[in-house]
Design a protein around this ligand. Structure first.
Ligand SMILES: Nc1ncnc2c1ncn2[C@@H]1O[C@H](COP(=O)(O)OP(=O)(O)OP(=O)(O)O)[C@@H](O)[C@H]1O
Ligand SMILES: [Mg+2]
Length: 202
């Protein structure tokens, strides 16, 4: 299997605090992998290093392009509608998918009725689903989602699970960060467990 994301010997220290101590992780093309670990285990740090937002202290990262990313903490402009948020990200990423891509992505996260709703009028769960749609703009081959279901009720989580299944059907590789085993065991092909300072097993 060719590799969508490959992390080897990854280390990160913030000053004297070691956030990652030698992590190895691989996501194959089209594979859906859960990255599971408690608060503070280093999941967000690993993801940010993978997309180039944080510099590693040591180790190697390879990520295929194009990739999509949903940060753990994000905020879209309140005055933008769902459709406008997606259009902005189409412009940023150079996507030529147009209105068809936007409609497809809103359908994927069950926001097709909310295309004209402004972000400031959306629940947190709707915003999080819009975040996932945003990460899919430009048809990425791999998606890194940092706790994409933290604000979601059971119905919203189900929507995200269904969207992940659909993404796998489309051959998109996904790395899904979470601290909830229940979140990943239902949809992921594989779960990688990361615990404070030490990465273990696959
Ligand atoms: N910018 C930073 N400066 C200093 N320490 C940091 C910084 N970012 C993260 N850390 C520390 O690195 C460790 C890993 O943090 P990280 O946010 O990667 O964990 P996480 O697994 O994503 O946690 P959570 O489940 O709470 O999101 C923690 O001890 C955290 O306090
Ligand atoms: Mg985190």
């Amino acid at each position: 299997m060719s590799v969508a994301l490959s992390v080897t010997g990854l280390r990160k220290s913030y000053g004297s605090r070691e956030a990652l101590r030698g992590v190895d992780l691989h996501v194959g093309e089209g594979e859906l992998v859960g990255l599971l670990g408690p608060n503070g285990a280093g999941k967000s740090t690993l993801t940010k290093i993978a997309v180039g937002l944080v510099r590693p202290s040591a180790g190697e990262v390879q990520l295929v392009r194009p990739f999509g990313y949903l940060a753990e903490l994000f905020r879209f402009p309140g005055w933008c509608s769902a459709d406008e948020v997606l259009r902005l990200h189409q412009d940023l990423s150079g996507s030529e998918g147009g209105a068809g891509e936007r409609a497809d992505l809103l359908r994927l996260v069950r926001l097709d009725d909310a295309a004209d709703v402004r972000v400031e009028r959306m629940s947190k769960g709707m915003q999080q689903r819009l975040g996932i749609a945003q990460a899919m703009v430009g048809a990425p081959r791999v998606l890194l989602l940092d706790e994409p279901t933290s604000a979601l009720d059971p119905g919203g989580r189900r929507t995200v699970r269904d969207a992940l299944v659909e993404l796998r059907r489309r051959g998109v590789a996904v790395l899904l960060n979470t601290h909830l085993l229940s979140e990943v065991e239902q949809v992921c092909d594989r779960v990688v467990i990361i615990d404070r300072l030490v990465a273990a097993g696959e």
